[in-house]
Design a protein. Structure first.
Length: 210
């Protein structure tokens, strides 16, 4: 009964959410689009001609923003789930931890270095806080591994994380790979959520990591 009430309350909040309503009115695929727009307006991450990789891209809100702002660049999107085609976005369906998926991505990059990796991935929530936090940190770590392997020196990395166990250790891991790491909490991120975004600026050359 409690679960039913909770899901009913969530549905009411979702339907009346001003960002959900704006996303529908303006043609964005998800309210998450506003999070990326707000961070980008502040930090100027997306610039014309850039190569961007969007991890966990479905349903495509972040890819929509990216492709609009990197006119003349490339946006490659990866997700386990299907994503409806999006003009200007090169989508690969699969697990980015698998060699075949990475090989497909490398092929499509055709030797062009990656300027920015963005990840809005979150695990399916089980309701068990400790387990959910561990899984969210694990996804962030996988995204960081990918970013470190594919970003050019000076490239940037934006990743969704949740404050809690493992957050500080993850931030330290990012600090080893980037010159500057900052926390961003967009207005469109719900206040009661522990969700924050970590932004790694200026990927260090491998010789300077640590």
């Amino acid at each position: 009964m409690k679960k039913h009430k909770t899901s009913k309350a969530w549905m009411h909040e979702h339907v009346t959410d001003p960002y959900v309503q704006r996303a529908k009115a303006e043609g964005w695929r998800s309210r998450a689009a506003f999070k990326l727009m707000e961070i980008d307006d502040k930090d100027r991450l997306l610039r014309p001609g850039m190569v961007v990789v969007d991890l966990g891209a479905a349903p495509g809100g972040w890819s929509q923003v990216a492709v609009e702002r990197v006119g003349g660049g490339r946006v490659l999107a990866l997700d386990l789930l299907e994503m409806a085609p999006l003009a200007g976005v090169d989508f690969i369906q699969g697990d980015f931890r698998e060699d075949a998926v990475l090989a497909a991505l490398t092929l499509r990059l055709a030797g062009r270095p990656v300027d920015l990796v963005i990840s809005d991935m979150a695990p399916n929530i089980s309701g068990i806080a400790v387990s959910d936090q561990a899984r969210s940190v694990h996804l962030a770590e996988l995204a960081l591994e990918f970013a470190v392997a594919h970003l050019k020196p000076g490239g940037h990395f934006l990743v969704k994380t949740f404050q809690g166990e493992g957050f500080d250790a993850f931030r330290k891991a990012m600090m080893a790979a980037f010159d500057k790491v900052t926390v961003r909490k967009p207005k469109s991120s719900r206040d009661r959520s522990s969700e924050v975004y970590l932004l790694g600026l200026d990927r260090r050359p491998r010789s300077q990591e640590g």
